[in-house]
Design a protein around this ligand. Structure first.
Ligand code: ADP
Ligand code: MG
Ligand code: MG
Length: 255
């Protein structure tokens, strides 16, 4: 078992108005094989948390730690984090003009494993993963995310997840912009990765919709840059009925 531990994490960004603290003491522990949902209103810092875990240079950690089995993640480069087993599926996946999906996946797989995958098994694995995600085979030869629809980009993120086999995946609003069929397909991909490779999942979402298909054991309500409440699946059901009003009001009254 591996453990990703976030302790008292404080993160700032530089804005036109100066330095702004966005994460204000996040504590979170996730083990491989566990599914955690982070739910919270817009602007609460969910994407900031995802980017900070993956090492985006825009975000400065001013206090606290992120460790993976005791190793300091914050001192690792983005590449080292990927090799250590961290994967981020972004809210807005980037296009990579001039690089085909096939080449990108093979290069990433080689970099992460430290050796090139054998061609025969790799070709088969890519085909199987694409067909599981109901992706047309033409997507293999297309440039990464270039001209993909929102839903196609999200599927492509899960394709990477299934092939790269990380220990932990941070999925940032993987449900947004998906129609119901795509949502099911993407969710099945995440569940496969969880069942087959004991993946630890940090599922960031604004809506409870995706939680009908991916079942978290732990739910964390994220408000104003920190975890405001934690519970089991029942907490998500409560949010579905009540929204975030209660938490937002509380966070305003204590500042
Ligand atoms: P969420 O994903 O929960 O909607 P974000 O992490 O995207 O929230 O943003 C949290 C807050 O931090 C927002 O008020 C957002 O405008 C601000 N923020 C995030 N990144 C930046 C940035 N690079 N520059 C300025 N403000 C930012
Ligand atoms: Mg603190
Ligand atoms: Mg976001």
């Amino acid at each position: 078992m591996s453990t990703l531990a976030i302790r008292d994490l404080h993160v700032t960004v530089e804005t036109d108005q100066g330095t702004k603290e966005i994460l204000r003491g996040v504590d979170l522990t996730i083990n491989t094989g566990e599914i955690h949902a982070i739910m919270g209103p817009n602007g609460s810092g969910k994407s900031t948390l995802a980017y900070t875990i993956s090492g985006h240079p825009k975000y400065t950690v001013t206090q606290g730690s992120i460790t993976l089995d005791g190793e300091d993640v914050l001192s690792m480069t983005v590449d080292e984090r990927a090799r250590a087993g961290l994967f981020l599926a972004m809210q807005y996946p980037v296009e990579i003009p001039g690089v085909t999906n096939t080449n990108f996946l093979r290069t990433a797989k080689t970099a992460i494993d430290g050796e090139a995958p054998s061609i025969r098994t790799w070709t088969k694995d890519v085909k199987t993963a694409m067909s599981n995600l109901k992706m047309d085979s033409s997507f293999a030869a297309r440039n990464v995310n270039e001209g993909f629809s929102g839903g196609e980009k999200k599927r492509n993120e899960i394709l990477q997840l299934e092939l790269l086999k990380p220990k932990f995946a941070v999925l940032d609003e993987t449900d947004s912009g998906l129609d119901i069929d795509a949502l099911k397909i993407v969710s099945e991909g995440v569940n496969r990765a969880h069942d087959n490779t004991n993946l630890g999942v940090l599922l960031i979402t604004h809506y409870t919709r995706i939680l009908r298909y991916i079942k978290p054991q732990f739910v964390h309500v994220f408000v104003a840059g920190r975890v405001a409440e934690e519970g089991g699946p029942e907490l998500a059901e409560q949010l579905e009925e009540e929204g975030y009003v209660r938490f937002v009001d509380e966070s305003e009254s204590d500042t």
